[in-house]
Write a new protein. Structure first.
Lengths: 980, 256
């Protein structure tokens, strides 16, 4: 019998295992992240594969953390990670790691709710993991990911995006069936599977040969053909089914059972009574069921209990591990579910609840609530549910907290069941208004707006509920968060009109309403409302927040209504008030709005940057570095990029990222850094940031998709991939709102530039359909921006000038120098040297194409080159140099020692007299040959057995040595030299 | 070895399905390529029942794409996401079918099974596809879309109006489709949008065009509860499968 417990060999997964190891460990560059998601139907062997992978990764020197997500719908935030740390702690022998693990576990215990709690916790967790890893590669292995809680999901995306600054690999298993329908992970995986660092492996059942091999291994000899056929038919290659059916065959059970269900039913029936009880007890518990707990629930003497457990394990119904017992498979639970009477099950839950009441265990409150509820004792489940909700809130898990509060509300109205002894348990006593308040607030925090509003209505109907005015304010807040502006506005107006509202409440409502109106683009009304808010706040103590909010609304509305000085004065005054009498957050908020006003609608960039950086220092002093300093530095970075101080911008963004921000703040910074990398022509760094952005956005945040697409298009153009640029622009156009004039204008310019350059370089055919659509977009933007506020029009006009000029390139193949001159002037006026330099390059190109005013063209090229060099804009500089070379314009460049002197490239390519490839190393030639075949870096890497990264390095060297910008140009040189 | 599911075009279809389109232009591109493959599928080739549906779906999706370019919708991000999510479920069903996977939605398998014959009339075939896609796939696509946009299915919202705009696209395209098929289109659209569904559930509903939307709202409310969600999924699958089989039965032929 003992041999039965032995695990069958792992069959048919050798390739998957090898792929896992290389994807999670060997191929991960230092400091990078990687993930493999294994999906497959139940029984296909995911858990088994994970266990095997854990062994091998540990042997290879990785520090492996293993956790399992739970299906009791009311688990606790970050449970799988905490469980994994506890398991590791139990296994550890090294003192140093052990203290790091305990330190991290303590972080969870000591966490307190706070304004930026969730983000700060992510940061602390990644620091903790850093210490735990101690320089080893860290692998986080999670089973049953389909039950993952929202906080863990966000943590995974945060770490995978590299924001935790941690070299980490994730291996997770998901049951494929769960992903059907509307599972939240579905979309996350769809987005992630596009990334280079992520693989989604669909684990298929075994093939016929694998099935036979596994069966033979279990039975000891190959099966006779007939039995093998039958086994293949019944199992469909599912290893779990194969294994169990084969065991039955081996043990001489008469005939092959038709289903696994029958197999397990027969085994359950064969169990002696104590083992039977043990199996049922584990089925009613929350896995893993600790030994001490099981002992209290089944009430057997120790030696009998151990014997019973051994029996259950030997019958392959139960598995034991250090942390407790689990059913061998979910199927066992399903078989058992129909075996117990409801009263028996309730009794088991009662014993669990009683045992847990007297001792603390993992997930203490959530488990207590779960067991008391199923024991039919709502009055005792209720306090536990409330405690579990508070516990979840402490860890910023509002989604989980909301579920616990909702459960508590249900419990409060559940009539208690009749006890086995005929008595009634104590009646439920609960403060319904309190429960409703908490449930609504947690729903609001986790984005369940409709639910939050519905709960608020119940609260309004409750006689013990809050006063009407407070209700209006909360309703307005919830409505605004849900994006339902019209009803939100009505609620704020009700507060302002209500008799029973305090002056403070009225000031709050007025300030928030002003902010709302501003977002709706109703600038004049926003200004009036803001003035009203300032008037209301003037007579009330402690309203600095309201003053800051209202002043910013007023400042922006003035800026849009073309009285920038007045707006600026208001905002400066608000900063003074905040410094004098506000909380630290008010000061931070005032700096932020002032910097936004300056760098945004007013376009006073230098001053905006100064304010943002001064603000960043100030808020750091005030202890708000993580959130506010990060945001202020993001504004500074973008301002510095625009005024052309790229090196400075790079420093600032690096400083901001040291705070390891999360969510939208992180995305802003990654996009800002990526914008710089695209300008520098650093493809690798740009790609990395774009991947990181996509990783974070897989968890939500649609509004950042468009900037990401614009950067993707910009990068693709420097790579000569005009088809990819076109795709990114097309996606952007189909996903942007028609009132988002600036985004549309930017997209239109990128799209037209891609088509114009495709036409000039002949890399891809011009898509006339796309050009037609882009023309329509340009017309629409022109019409809409005429009606938009002045600051919007100002920016849009700059892009429209570029669009008009690109269109002239498409129309006659040469471009209209006048239009390019105009674009250059527009961008000079906006103090934005990068697009201005680009426009000068094109203006020179158009002049040269017409063979007119060659001296002017030379001057323009020199000017553009100077700017591009000062910025460090390599791809732009190179394009300018290429054109200057063709036109024999001297750029009075300091001859760069590092760069080989540009080789004159004959306008009419004559047969080369020398091998142009002589400058390349043997390896570079190999790479170039593959490039000329049209392979991607990844494909070349696979072919030459070196990493994709290294290929990227080779390719850039090749480009440098051959003085080309695109793969197509490089390929052309290769083919020319290998023509014979 | 048994014959591959997609016969001579198996590798092409597997290759096509390996890619997951991320935006509406890519979805249209995918459907176009799929159409070219489906009409080459023996034994029915040009009259492949799935091709009948795919063609209709391609027409509708292309119209949606034009609408997105032409500023037809208030919240294009929502509609584009919905369109991609919606199509993803059709491609998922095709992938499951390719692997002969037991998870192939029943709503779809009843149509897929007919690819080997007997020959079905184009209209009921297309209708069976529309049925599976709207009555089964659409509610889930809606829920996933709202979830990823941090938004919610609220009646009367911009998204709801955009969603209803698609009904107009169906209506606009019907005269054309009628020339291709038959006059009973309107009837079919009414059926799959609700009438029959409601009829056999014995529910009296106020409006019939909004079944998928209302189902999405229902799923939305229980989306964090795996059991309730799965229960709802099975209900929708069973209902859609029942209607699909009805459409593909001799009774469905009366539509032609």
């Amino acid at each position: 019998m003992a041999s039965d417990v032995d695990t069958a060999p792992l069959v048919g997964r050798a390739d998957t295992m090898a792929a896992l190891r290389s994807a999670l460990l060997d191929d991960v560059a230092p400091g990078q992240t990687a993930a493999v998601f294994l999906s497959g139907e139940s029984g296909v062997g995911k858990t088994r594969l994970l266990a095997e992978a854990v062994e091998r990764l540990r042997d290879a020197g990785a520090l492996v953390l293993t956790g399992t997500c739970l299906d009791i719908g009311d688990a606790s935030p970050l449970h799988p990670l905490r469980q994994a740390l506890r398991r590791l702690d139990a296994d550890l022998t090294e003192a140093r790691t052990s203290s790091a693990v305990r330190g991290l576990l303590q972080v969870f215990d000591e966490e307190t709710p706070g304004p930026d709690g969730a983000g700060a916790l992510l940061e602390r967790v990644s620091r903790g993991l850093h210490l735990v890893a101690g320089g080893r590669p860290l692998v986080l292995v999670l089973d049953d990911l389909q039950w993952v809680d929202r906080s863990t999901r966000q943590l995974l995306l945060y770490l995978l995006a590299g924001l935790g600054d941690l070299q980490l690999s994730v291996l997770a298993a998901i049951r494929a069936e769960s992903l059907q329908g509307a599972h939240p992970l579905r979309r996350v995986l769809t987005e992630l599977r596009r990334l280079r660092s992520v693989r989604v492996v669909d684990l298929a059942p075994l093939d016929r040969a694998g099935t036979d091999e596994l069966a033979a291994a279990i039975v000891g000899t190959p099966l006779p053909p007939e039995a093998a056929d039958q086994l293949w038919q019944r199992s469909g290659g599912n290893p779990f089914v194969v294994e169990e059916l084969a065991r039955d065959l081996r043990d001489g059970h008469d005939g092959l059972s038709d289903t696994l269900r029958e197999v397990f039913l027969a085994r359950v029936d064969a169990l002696p009574q104590p083992a039977h009880a043990v199996v049922h007890a584990v089925a009613a518990g929350v896995e893993p069921v600790e030994h001490w707990l099981l002992a209290q629930v089944v009430r057997l003497p120790e030696d009998q209990l151990i014997e019973a457990v051994r029996e259950a394990v030997a019958h392959r119904l139960l598995v034991g591990a250090d942390d407790g017992y689990r059913l061998r498979h979910r199927l066992v639970a399903e078989v058992l579910a129909h075996e117990l009477l409801p009263a028996e099950r309730a009794a088991l839950h009662r014993r669990y609840a009683e045992a847990l009441t007297s001792a603390t265990a993992e997930l203490h409150q959530a488990r207590l609530a779960h067991h008391w509820r199923l024991a039919g004792e709502p009055a005792r489940a209720l306090p536990a549910a409330m405690a579990a909700a508070r516990e979840a809130e402490r860890l910023h898990g509002y989604a989980e907290a909301h579920r616990h509060w909702s459960a508590a509300l249900t419990l409060a109205t559940t009539p208690p069941a009749v006890l086995p002894d005929g008595g009634r348990p104590e009646p439920v006593e609960a403060d319904r208004a309190e429960l409703l308040t908490h449930a609504a607030e947690s729903a609001h925090h986790c984005g369940e707006h409709a639910r939050a509003l519905a709960l608020l209505e119940e609260l309004a109907a409750d006689p013990a509920g809050p006063p009407t005015c407070a209700l209006h304010i909360r309703r307005a807040r919830y409505l605004a968060a849900a994006g339902r502006s019209a009803p939100a506005e009505a609620e704020y107006r009700r507060v302002l009109a209500a008799e029973d509202c305090t002056p403070r409440e009225r000031a709050t409502a007025a300030a928030r309403l002003a902010e709302l109106l501003l977002h709706l683009g109703r600038y004049a009304e926003a200004g009036d409302q803001a003035r009203e808010a300032l008037r209301l706040a003037a007579d009330v103590e402690g309203t600095a927040s309201e003053v800051v909010l209202a002043s910013s609304a007023l400042g922006f509305s003035e800026a849009y209504l073309e009285d920038p000085d007045a707006g600026l004065a208001v905002m400066r005054e608000a900063l003074d008030i905040a410094e004098r009498s506000g909380r630290p957050e008010d000061v931070a908020c005032a700096y932020l709005h002032l910097a936004e006003l300056l760098t945004g609608p007013l376009n006073i960039l230098e001053e905006g940057v100064v304010v943002a950086r001064r603000g960043a220092e100030r808020v750091a002093e005030l202890g708000l570095g993580r959130t506010w300093e990060t945001r202020l530095l993001a504004i500074a970075t973008n301002g510095l990029f625009r005024v052309g101080q790229w090196a400075e911008a790079e420093k600032v963004v690096a400083a901001a990222l040291r705070h390891r921000p999360s969510g939208a703040d992180a995305v802003e910074l990654l996009l800002a850094r990526c914008r710089l990398s695209v300008g520098y022509g650093d493809v690798e760094a740009s790609d990395r940031d774009l991947e990181a952005v996509a990783t974070v956005l897989a968890g939500g945040g649609a509004r950042h998709v468009l900037p990401m697409l614009i950067l993707r298009a910009g990068l693709a153009m420097w790579q000569g991939r005009h088809d990819l640029a076109r795709q990114a622009v097309q996606r952007g156009l189909t996903e942007s709102r028609s009132d988002d004039v600036i985004v549309l204008a930017t997209l239109a310019w990128h799209g037209l530039r891609a088509e114009a350059e495709a036409s000039a370089s002949r890399t891809v055919e011009v898509d006339q359909n796309a050009v037609r659509r882009l023309r329509e977009v340009v017309d629409r933007v022109a019409a809409k921006s005429g009606k938009a506020g002045a600051p919007v029009r100002y920016v849009a006009d700059g892009f429209l000038a570029l669009c008009a000029a690109e269109l002239s390139r498409l129309d006659d193949g040469r471009g209209d120098p006048e239009l390019w001159a105009r674009a250059a002037v527009e961008w000079d006026r906006r103090n934005h040297p990068y697009p201005a330099a680009y426009s000068r390059l094109r203006q020179a190109e158009a002049l040269l194409g017409r063979r007119s005013r060659l001296a002017t063209a030379g001057k323009l090229l020199r000017q553009a080159h100077g700017t591009a060099q000062a910025l460090g804009a390599l791809p732009l500089s190179e394009e300018i140099r290429t054109l200057a070379g063709r036109a024999r314009v001297a750029l009075d460049e300091v001859p760069a020692a590092a760069r080989p002197a540009p080789r004159p490239r004959a306008a009419a390519p004559a047969a080369p007299t020398v091998d142009e490839l002589v400058v390349l190393t043997a390896r570079e030639r190999e790479v170039l040959a593959a490039v000329a075949e049209g392979l991607t870096n990844r494909e070349i890497g696979q072919r030459l057995f070196i990493s994709e990264r290294t290929i990227g390095v080779h390719v850039s060297h090749i480009f440098d040595k051959l003085q080309v910008r695109t793969r197509v140009q490089a390929s052309a040189i290769f083919l020319r030299n290998n023509a014979d | 070895m048994t014959e591959p599911v997609w016969g001579p075009v198996h590798q092409d279809i597997v290759g096509l399905l390996a890619d997951h389109p991320a935006d509406v232009p890519a979805v249209v591109d995918h459907l176009t390529k799929l159409q070219d493959l489906l009409v080459r599928l023996p034994p029915l080739e040009e009259s492949c029942p799935l091709a009948d549906f795919n063609k209709l779906y391609l027409v509708i999706t292309s119209t949606v794409l034009d609408g997105l370019y032409d500023d037809r919708f208030t919240d294009p991000a929502f509609l584009a996401r919905l369109d991609v999510e919606f199509a993803a479920r059709y491609f998922d069903a095709l992938r499951f079918w390719t692997d002969s996977h037991p998870s192939t939605p029943k709503a779809w398998s009843c149509l897929f099974q007919r690819m080997r014959g007997p020959d079905a009339r184009p209209l009921p075939s297309a209708a069976a596809g529309v049925n599976a896609h709207i009555n089964y796939d659409l509610p889930f696509a809606l829920v996933t879309t709202f979830d990823s946009l941090d938004s919610e299915p609220v009646d009367g919202s911009d998204q709801h109006r955009d969603y209803l705009e698609i009904n107009k696209i169906f209506a606009e395209r019907i005269p054309e489709l009628r020339r291709g098929y038959l006059d009973h289109w309107q009837l079919m659209i009414d059926m799959v949008n609700g009438d029959i569904d409601d009829w056999y559930q014995g529910e009296l509903v106020e409006y019939t065009r909004n079944v998928a939307w209302r189902n999405a709202q229902k799923i939305w409310r229980c989306r964090h509860d795996p059991d309730a969600r799965e229960c709802e999924r099975m209900r929708l699958d069973d209902n859609a499968a029942l209607l699909g089989r009805l459409l593909l039965s001799p009774l469905g032929a009366f539509l032609q």
